[in-house]
Design a protein. Structure first.
Ligand SMILES: *[C@@H]1O[C@H](CO)[C@@H](O)[C@H](O)[C@H]1NC(C)=O
Ligand SMILES: *[C@@H]1O[C@H](CO)[C@@H](O)[C@H](O)[C@H]1NC(C)=O
Ligand SMILES: *[C@@H]1O[C@H](CO)[C@@H](O)[C@H](O)[C@H]1NC(C)=O
Ligand SMILES: *[C@@H]1O[C@H](CO)[C@@H](O)[C@H](O)[C@H]1NC(C)=O
Ligand SMILES: *[C@@H]1O[C@H](CO)[C@@H](O)[C@H](O)[C@H]1NC(C)=O
Ligand SMILES: *[C@@H]1O[C@H](CO)[C@@H](O)[C@H](O)[C@H]1NC(C)=O
Length: 357
């Protein structure tokens, strides 16, 4: 009796899963047909076919230069419009208060079987309206965390952008020459709390964390809280600290559809990613708000183009296997895509030292 019920449950779940997968595939195929007409996409798709054929294995370390780079504004506009078919960053950058009430149950975006109960604390920190509503900038920097930034001297140049986006609450204080100090939008995966702040378990870790948040002033802290189960205690701890210490920063929590929409856009262009990295996610969002997007600290290779070792993060000792298929990201493929867009003037990708103008 119990066994057969279990079989039924498994069977129902499988059917549901197949249904979801089919729906997903059909949707991305639909998009594909409408999109492939665009010329940038035809060339991107050729590029991507090469990338997936493993051209990386043979010549992994790119020569890349910013000299002679020029913005192509009409291409920037085309890309913005294409991405708007998949998501509206103004809306999808964050859920808002009116989307939920305390006690609502949501399914995690990347783990649909698990659920999260929206707490009062979390609900009180949801913004009333999108923190990016009607915000437009001429120049934006998206700063990745690669060790390629060390000794780059890019700090001043990065800070001179009208809007600066940074990833995973990377430390700035002791690296300002190379990475700058300004941040208008900072992402923070819940896992950072465990990795860099001891899970906020003792007072000194909590204080160190609060000091880091105080340095954000009233800028945006973007917390992907609905992706996978596991970080909810950390998110709750962070939220309580923000409220109790009356911190000025403005919290944002990406919408439940954002990551699938971003993936859909890139898949449609044959950029065959499993899950976009935070860096690619930020570029995709920034196309909505920024005319000229400057990327720094994107370099998913263990050596630079002269063969010198490059750290994964500029600020810690973490190791990463860039070419492994086990991880969630395909960063060399993402990099090749960004380099392609750089060459066409859609964005500016700086991987070398910054020279003073
Ligand atoms: C892809 O590979 C082919 C043959 O290997 C080459 O001719 C072509 O230029 C490559 N395309 C890109 C965009 O790298
Ligand atoms: C800018 O990009 C568009 C679309 O790809 C292209 O048609 C145009 O020739 C480019 N302009 C320049 C100056 O490269
Ligand atoms: C969600 O949390 C609230 C407050 O802690 C609790 O009253 C409610 O029963 C929870 N709901 C579920 C379905 O767990
Ligand atoms: C910067 O470096 C100093 C000396 O090495 C260290 O005491 C301090 O904690 C560092 N600051 C940050 C924010 O990491
Ligand atoms: C916060 O404000 C101070 C003083 O204006 C500024 O130096 C600092 O760069 C700001 N922090 C960020 C993250 O922008
Ligand atoms: C707090 O925990 C960290 C590890 O997360 C440890 O290095 C530190 O010594 C602890 N501090 C105190 C005061 O217990």
């Amino acid at each position: 009796m119990r066994l057969s019920r279990k079989r039924w449950t498994i069977c129902t779940i499988s059917i549901l899963l197949i249904f979801y997968k089919t729906k997903e595939i059909t949707r991305s195929e639909e998009h594909q047909e409408t999109q492939l007409a665009g010329e940038i996409f035809l060339s991107t798709s050729r590029l991507m076919r090469n990338a997936s054929e493993g051209t990386f294995g043979k010549a992994p370390y790119f020569q890349h230069s910013v000299s002679g780079w020029r913005l192509n504004s009409s291409l920037v506009m085309i890309i913005r419009k294409e991405i708007l078919h998949f998501l509206d960053a103004e809306r999808d950058v964050s859920v808002v208060k009116s989307n939920f009430k305390p006690g609502d149950i949501i399914h995690y975006v990347l783990d649909r079987r698990r659920t999260l109960n929206i707490s009062h604390t979390l609900h009180s920190l949801l913004p009333d309206a999108s923190p990016m509503k009607n915000r437009r900038f001429n120049t934006c920097a998206v700063v990745g965390n690669s060790g390629v930034l060390l000794n780059s001297g890019c700090g001043k140049e990065i800070d001179s952008n009208d809007f600066v986006i940074r990833c995973n609450l990377a430390p700035l204080a002791n690296f300002s020459e190379d990475v700058g100090l300004r941040s208008d939008f900072t992402t923070m995966n819940p896992s950072v709390i465990q990795r860099a702040f001891g899970g906020l378990r003792n007072e000194s870790d909590r204080e160190r964390f609060v000091q880091r948040l105080i340095m954000l002033n009233d800028s945006i802290l973007w917390i992907p809280a609905f992706m996978v189960k596991g970080g909810e205690k950390h998110v709750e701890g962070v939220n309580e600290l923000i409220l109790n210490r009356k911190l000025l920063l403005r919290t944002a929590y990406p919408s439940l559809r954002l990551i699938h929409a971003v993936r859909g856009y890139w898949l449609t262009n044959k950029v065959n990613i499993k899950r976009p990295s935070t860096g690619l996610l930020m570029y995709t969002l920034a196309t909505r708000f920024c005319n000229e997007i400057h990327l720094y600290g994107f370099w998913p290779f263990p050596k630079d183009s002269s063969g010198n070792p490059v750290k994964y993060h500029y600020y810690d000792k973490l190791k990463y296997r860039y070419f492994s298929n086990a991880g969630p990201h395909r960063m060399p493929l993402e990099f090749k895509t960004l380099k392609f867009l750089h060459e066409r003037g859609a964005l500016k990708l700086t991987t070398s030292k910054c020279t003073r103008p």
